[in-house]
Design a binder for this molecule. Structure first.
Ligand SMILES: *Cc1c(COP(=O)(O)O)cnc(C)c1O
Length: 229
């Protein structure tokens, strides 16, 4: 077994173990975060059964899409500049980082021109950290209501990046708040809005995130090792 295969097996086993006693018992989708790693690494992951990959930079994402094609689904998980929307909106399975009006406007404008529907998650700055993108927790509902008329954006759930901390109780509290927000939005039955995905949990915290209701985790270093920038 290669190192990647072993790592993947461990991650998948842990996902399954946590899912069994999670809040929802729901299936969990693994997004393998391949950022900074080459196409050979992505190919190896695909051969090992990875169906979804995550990238955080538009240029890196488009380069890999060009070389690998449609053998895998691509997720844009990083901060997205409006002027780069045009390069990816037709090809990504999901944009996890919708967090501001200017970006929503640009996605809507482009997608309308080419008659696409772009699935997006609303990114929430759950730890209220200045260094991170995302909507303030209390800003999510007003923002969502402000884009309900955008018929070419499909809001499919929420995404959060938890603070980098060992404080498990604090992480649990934040993940719980995310789950509560997802439930709240679902209960409002906005037309065309479905809280299908709750994307939270990374290498250090995906187990906790799953237990608290995540059904999509974004895992990089636990599968591919340390990143070299
Ligand atoms: C890099 C990244 C991840 C994966 O991080 P790891 O700690 O390596 O698992 C997940 N989500 C986002 C948004 C990232 O940028």
């Amino acid at each position: 077994m290669s190192a990647m295969e072993e790592n993947l097996k461990r991650v998948r086993d842990e996902i399954e173990k946590c899912r069994e006693h999670s809040l929802t018992g729901e299936e969990v989708k693994l997004i393998a975060v391949t950022k900074t790693h080459g196409v050979d690494v992505m190919k190896e992951a695909i051969d090992l059964g990875v169906t979804d990959v995550g990238e955080n930079k538009v240029q890196e994402l488009t380069e890999k899409m060009d070389l690998i094609g449609d053998k895998v689904r691509y997720h844009m998980i990083g901060n997205l500049q409006s002027n780069k929307v045009k390069y990816i909106y037709q090809d990504v399975a999901l944009i996890h980082s919708l967090d501001r009006s200017s970006l929503a406007k640009e996605i809507e404008k482009r997608a309308k021109q080419t008659d696409h529907i772009v699935p997006c998650l609303l990114q929430v700055n759950i730890g209220d950290e200045a260094s991170k993108g995302g909507l303030a927790y209390d800003g999510v509902l007003p923002f969502l209501e402000s884009i309900l008329d955008y018929k070419h954006i499909k809001v499919d759930g929420l995404m959060a990046i938890a603070p980098n901390t060992e404080d498990e109780a604090y992480l649990r509290k934040l993940f719980r708040k995310m789950f509560a927000l997802k439930e709240d939005i679902d209960n409002r039955h906005y037309e065309g809005v479905h809280m299908t995905h709750l994307s939270m949990g990374m290498s250090n915290d995906f187990g906790i995130a799953i237990e608290e209701g995540a059904n999509m985790v974004r895992v990089g270093s636990r599968i591919f090792g340390k990143r070299h920038y």
